[in-house]
Design a protein around this ligand. Structure first.
Ligand SMILES: [Zn+2]
Length: 112
């Protein structure tokens, strides 16, 4: 069940953020990447959408997110679902949109 609008948490130590809400509050993006040889399937995570379903206090470390992700190409080829890694980086563009509003809506978008 989706969580309603959630308040962003206070950040006491920016070098030690753990939850989805803390990543959103600081503008840290996460990308999931398949590590199977030759695949390199990767996708940026929609953190606001994830936080709506998992809760803003849900962990955002690899061990917390891994159960929710797999590479569909590799799964259909019979490879393990374990070959997913996560990258953390400062956001550089509008992201984590809940829906695509089309052209001209860019000025309305925020980073989190
Ligand atoms: Zn793959």
């Amino acid at each position: 069940m989706p969580h309603p609008i959630f308040p962003l948490p206070p950040i006491s130590d920016p070098s030690n953020i753990q939850t989805l809400g803390e990543h959103i509050a600081l503008g840290v993006d996460i990308r999931a990447r398949c590590t199977s040889t030759g695949c390199n399937h990767n996708v940026p995570l929609k953190l606001v959408l994830l936080a709506r379903y998992l809760g803003s206090r849900h962990g955002a470390r690899p061990e917390h997110l891994k159960p929710y992700f797999y590479c569909p190409d590799c799964r259909s080829a019979g490879l393990s679902d374990e070959n997913v890694a996560f990258s953390y980086y400062a956001c550089t563009a509008p992201h984590t949109l809940l829906n695509d509003e089309g052209e001209g809506a860019d000025s309305q978008r925020t980073a989190a």
